[in-house]
Design a protein around this ligand. Sequence first.
Ligand SMILES: [Zn+2]
Length: 240
Amino acid sequence: MKIRKTIPALTSKKLFQEADNHCSFCSVNDVAALEIHHLDEDPGNNQLGNLIVACANCHAKITHGEISPADVHTKKLQLTWMSQAAKRPTPKRPRQSVEVKDSTLNNSIVANKVTFTGKRSQRMNYPADSVGADTIKKGYIDYLIGRYFDYKKADASYGSYRPFNHAEIHTTIARLFKAKTFYIHVARFAELCGYIMSRVDQTIQGKRNTSRGWPNYDSYTKYQAEQLGQHPPPASPGTM
Ligand SMILES: [Zn+2]
């Protein structure tokens, strides 16, 4: 039996600031229509990281699973990250707004147009026949690893508070495959995908989704078709 506790005024103030007084999943900004959702569905857990602002409509979608827990956690992470970024003192250089949302764009063309002023060059030459040399295969590996990171972060809200090491999966891949992630031979692409997928599936969030029949990631076929603009990307609930 979970006991509902009143959300402290300071917590809800911070939460509405974080959400910029908008629903986190749509454009509703009528403060009277906004509600607060508990990510772990425990109405007694009023930690800031467990709460997200949603309009009544989107809140119902979360409750009915139309907006998945993974979507909710990803959105919460984005909001947290953005509000932290906003608080950071004077950035050294303007943030680069490189958003490749249009999946019909050809990745390689986009990559060539982008010039980064950061220390590290985004452009890397991977050997021919490596996974990294194939734009779409590399993109899919990036996508899977991104899913893994998102799910590990989501796991934190289920009580897994162990510090998360982003390099670990690459180190483990290097040990298992005897090559760095994007230098692995393209012949082992499916094997590499399978390994990263198994890591996603083993997260708490991954197991929860599986038990509810929700996929943890798109298939390579679907990803590839989207990258090549062969069909429109599916409408995702709570479009960002
Ligand atoms: Zn909404």
